[in-house]
Design a protein around this ligand. Structure first.
Ligand code: ADP
Ligand code: SF4
Length: 695
């Protein structure tokens, strides 16, 4: 199909200093969990984006000197020549299809605790290190020779970047993570010399670094500066007004202004709290302050919104991190007039948890992300089917639908049977909860893809029994029947059901999602710790309930610290009048309330209520699977070659786990890779450190 001419503007080349980007799709730096531990996996991931048509592709933040690093987070490192081959591999992959290759250099200053190098952190002023974990480490204030050294280290790093083949260097001064912001902000720069005080003085360091780097590589490489749009601490910090003054004062400083909201939590806000293009008001007008092109972000997934950003003169480049993860082929799909095929980011922030936990990055929408090299998974291509022909998938949740999509792409005859009238499993029910409507894209995208194909049949309203399955004669049976929330309280605090008389009404998340709502005073016990407890507290409050959320954890929705939304959730619940009791477990259930217990002292208290909502754990719906297993001797006669259990039905987890399991099922069908066929090697390639020759 031809490109819609209204999107032509997205494909206009644009100069950035001495370089020219082939189009306006700009993949801003983003972490991925792999970093220096898994360089080939990261390089292949960037390479897939190059293939997908991005015009500019960046690395994640690259630590450029051993006096500043952010262990336990795994990013890239460029400390010495030894590191060049690793980052050169990234540049090579990025450039393979005509994109410009960019590297983000980060000196973490007040954000780097140096747990690995054990060096004393250096920062503009002597203050405690500012990290997610309040590390008990302080920085030493840089003296003039430190500043001279750091300027030289940036030049050395720039030369190494050039040798590695990069076109662009982004200097990191956003999200509170980069030293340029630490100098620019009054909050972190309390110096009284020529580097502190007035905005002009606070700008001195970045001006000097860029001048030095320009002299070294500036005619051959473009230098971009990533600055925070607002530090969100009012006039105390680098405010939006001051950012504008800074840019007006230094209009031609970098070759491009890369604008990103103040904290990472603000910038990568989940769809639960932030709309697409949420930073527009903060960015608008900045482009008029300088002749240099401007890139900004805002979880852009709609080409129409992208076009509006360019036409209205808000931006020159459409910056994307998450949308490029969810669909590395987004630009190419726009170019080919295949807008409906774009796999839109749902704004769940699961991708960020790779970085936050030191795990490998995961994307709910794109299960191939970070598996491009490890498992050889490509987001758009898949091997043709093996020697069987047909697949019956039972359950249309994210696991079942993704299994169907992958198997259908390979050419199998696929049938999906779903007990309910509505397809989509848990997503169909969760998407109507407060703030989660964008999550519906997990289902919408897959159903659209499945409906385009001639080899897929969808059967809603079809609860299947083992008898049904045995009678159908499908060669492969994939059981993706999901899970149910437990009402008995079993999770982490309680490993056995909590006894009770039945007098106090108890509700589960499934009850609430199916419209069975409590009234009056409700205690919500959250021993799940991800989003569900907080979302349901919000739902209950909106229905007029008087809600008290109790949790044994020290934070509301504890695990959402990894999705960067914990503080926003707490604020939202507090604003809605929900009483929050942290470090508080559930001791026992009475007829007119609950007895709570302090997580530390076991001090008990009675809390009167009319109903209890139990957000505990989930139980797999694996009855059908076990029925089928018990009939294994009859499979051959029924024409069945394999029966597999996947997704929440195997082990409940986040939606991203389900799409991963579904994809893996479809990809590995007939490949002899599944379960009992495994050897004792990992199911993926990995890089093992090369031992030094010096023992
Ligand atoms: P997952 O996250 O693993 O995809 P979900 O809970 O989202 O799991 O989806 C499982 C789906 O399977 C639900 O929509 C449920 O109605 C459906 N289901 C469960 N048992 C059966 C069955 N016996 N026959 C058909 N569909 C079923
Ligand atoms: Fe978007 Fe979620 Fe994928 Fe991240 S994990 S890219 S937020 S869909």
């Amino acid at each position: 199909m031809a490109r819609d001419p209204r999107y032509d503007i997205l494909f206009e080349p644009q100069k950035i200093g001495p370089k020219t980007a082939p189009n306006r799709f700009y993949q801003v730096p983003h972490c991925n969990g792999g970093g220096y531990r898994d360089p080939s996996a990261v390089a292949a991931m960037r390479g897939v984006k190059a293939e997908g048509g991005w015009g500019v592709i960046f690395t994640e933040q690259t630590e450029m000197h051993p006096t500043s690093e952010i262990t336990p987070f795994i990013e890239l490192r460029l400390w010495e020549d030894q590191d060049i081959p690793m980052i050169a591999r990234m540049a090579e992959k990025m450039k393979a299809h005509g994109a410009l290759a960019g590297i983000q250099l980060a000196y973490s200053g007040i954000n780097g605790p140096n747990f690995y190098t054990k060096e004393v952190p250096l920062a503009p002023s002597a203050l405690p290190i500012r990290t997610f974990t309040n590390d008990p480490v302080q920085a030493r204030a840089m003296d003039k020779s430190d500043i001279r050294n750091l300027r030289r280290w940036f030049v050395n790093a720039a030369r190494r970047c050039e040798r590695a083949g990069f076109d662009l260097i982004c200097l990191y001064g956003a999200h509170g993570f980069g030293i340029f912001q630490h100098f620019l902000s009054r909050a972190t720069n309390q110096r009284s010399d020529e580097y502190g005080g007035s905005l002009e003085n606070r700008s001195r360091f970045v001006r000097e670094v860029i001048a030095d780097m320009r002299e070294a590589v500036g005619d051959r490489m473009a230098l971009t500066l990533r600055v925070s749009l607002d530090e969100t601490i009012g006039d105390l910090g680098f405010s939006n007004a001051e950012v504008r003054d800074f840019i007006a004062m230094n209009a031609d400083l970098p070759d491009l202004w890369d604008l990103a909201h103040g904290t990472w939590e603000d910038c990568s806000g989940p769809s639960r709290f932030k709309e697409e293009a949420a930073q527009e008001a903060l960015v608008k007008g900045i482009r008029d302050l300088s002749q240099r092109p401007v890139v900004g972000v805002g979880r852009f997934t709609s080409p129409d919104v992208m076009v509006r950003m360019l036409r209205q003169g808000v931006l020159d480049f459409i910056g994307c991190a998450r949308p490029s993860i969810a669909d590395p082929f987004l630009p190419l799909k726009v170019a080919e007039g295949r807008i409906e095929d774009i796999r839109e980011c749902i704004g769940c922030n699961m991708c960020i948890t790779g970085d936050m936990t030191g795990g490998m990055g995961r994307c709910t929408q794109n299960p191939t992300w970070m598996e491009e090299w490890r498992r050889g998974w490509h987001p758009e291509r898949i091997a043709p089917k093996g020697d069987s022909r047909s697949v019956l998938i039972i359950g249309s949740g994210p696991a079942g639908l993704e299994a169907a999509r992958a198997a259908a792409m390979r050419g199998y005859e696929v049938a999906v049977a779903e007990a309910r009238e509505e397809l989509g499993g848990r997503v169909a029910r969760e998407r109507v909860l407060p703030g989660l409507s964008a999550w519906g894209r997990v289902v919408d995208y897959r159903l659209y893809q499945l409906r385009q194909r001639g080899n897929v049949s969808l059967y809603p309203g079809s609860p299947l029994t083992a008898d049904d399955v045995m009678a159908f004669g499908f060669e492969n049976v994939c059981v993706a029947t999901g899970s149910r929330w437990r009402a008995d309280g079993v999770a982490r605090q309680h490993v056995m059901p909590i006894p009770h008389s039945g007098a106090l009404p108890i509700f589960t998340p499934d009850d609430l999602m199916e419209g069975r709502m409590p009234t009056g005073r409700v205690v919500l016990f959250d021993d799940d710790h991800f989003y569900m407890g907080g979302v349901l507290a919000e739902l209950l409050a909106s229905q007029g309930c008087e809600v008290t959320l109790i949790t044994p954890a020290a934070f509301v929705s504890d695990w959402t610290r990894n999705t960067l939304e914990q503080a926003t959730i707490h604020r939202r619940l507090a604003d809605r009048g929900i009483t929050i009791r942290l470090n508080t477990g559930l001791a026992s259930i009475k007829s007119d309330g609950v007895e709570t217990t302090c997580s530390y002292t076991d001090r008990r208290e009675f809390l009167g209520c009319d109903a209890l909502v139990m957000v505990a754990s989930r139980q797999s719906e694996d009855g059908l699977y076990h029925d089928l297993l018990s009939r294994q001797p009859d499979w051959q006669a029924a024409g069945i070659r394999s029966v597999r259990l996947i997704g929440d039905a195997a082990a409940p987890g986040p939606i991203a786990w389900a799409t991963f399991a579904g994809h893996r099922y479809g990809r590995e069908l007939d490949q002899g890779l599944w379960g009992e066929d495994w050897g004792d090697a990992p199911a993926f390639r990995r890089e093992v450190a090369e031992l030094s020759r010096d023992p």
